[in-house]
Design a protein around this ligand. Structure first.
Ligand SMILES: C[S@@+](CC[C@H](N)C(=O)[O-])C[C@H]1O[C@@H](n2cnc3c(N)ncnc32)[C@H](O)[C@@H]1O
Length: 228
């Protein structure tokens, strides 16, 4: 029987995931389903849920991409620090959010460490790109980014989305194969959590978590550090 894949295979997959989003940046806004008419209601519901959880003060956005949510955060926050590994996506984000209170940082989130603490940490369509082997370390990073009363808001996709994605079997983490309009294809990590499973895993890591499903495709989660 084959043993576990070496970590270099996982590093290769994570590098390909970044290459995918760098290459896709120019077509991302036209192809991401939240921009599709059928998902407009879902976007409005997700925005309302996020606003209910009060994205005020110093806000950190992880994997901001082209800034579809950065622009929403900037409406409420005192400052926004938005981190992403794809400079091409950050350039689009900067054009979309031309606000001096929004600082963009180009960095690999599996190596990046915060220089300050934030009142609110947000990420959309990112948790599903974190491989299971890095799940606990990623949530340690999120905790390190927060002030003691800090809050976290997460948006991602539900397991039903697997039916419309193309699985890439035999990878060092659950993954999909995605093609761009040019035909160029890439692998990307895709881990889809049922809300109950995600709640149990985060509770075990010491988070208080509420999860709400939005339509068939999305969930949003509101988190705080639990009492020690
Ligand atoms: C599905 S997009 C989500 C973008 C944005 N949050 C949104 O909801 O539209 C995933 C983002 O993760 C970024 N990304 C991928 N790997 C990364 C890494 N190792 N470190 C930082 N960002 C990464 C990509 O560049 C891309 O912008």
């Amino acid at each position: 029987m084959l043993g576990p894949m070496p970590d270099t295979d996982l590093e290769g997959l994570l590098a390909e995931q970044i290459a995918y989003y760098r290459t896709r940046a120019a077509e991302y806004d036209a192809t991401y389903p939240l921009d599709a008419r059928a998902d407009a209601d879902a976007r409005a519901q997700l925005r309302t849920a996020m606003e209910r959880f009060a994205p005020y003060g110093r806000v950190l956005e992880l994997a901001c991409g082209t800034g579809q949510w950065t622009v929403e955060l900037a409406r409420h926050a005192t400052t926004v620090t938005a981190v992403d590994a794809a400079p091409e996506a950050l350039a689009i984000c900067r054009r979309r959010v031309a606000d001096a209170a929004v600082q963009l940082v180009e960095a690999d989130l599996f190596a990046w460490r915060p220089r300050e603490r934030y009142d609110f940490v947000f990420f959309s369509a990112w948790l599903s790109h974190v491989p299971p082997q890095r799940f606990d370390a990623f949530w340690d990073l999120v905790a390190d980014c927060l002030t003691p009363a800090g809050r976290v808001f997460v948006i991602d996709e539900l397991p039903a989305v697997a039916a419309v994605d193309r699985a890439a079997p035999g990878q060092p983490a659950p993954a999909v194969r995605r093609a761009l309009t040019t035909g160029q294809a890439f692998r990307a990590v895709k881990v889809l959590y049922a809300p109950g499973e995600l709640r149990a895993r985060l509770t075990a890591l010491g988070w208080d978590v509420d999860i709400e499903t939005v339509g068939w495709r999305f969930f949003c989660a509101s988190l705080r550090r639990g009492e020690a």
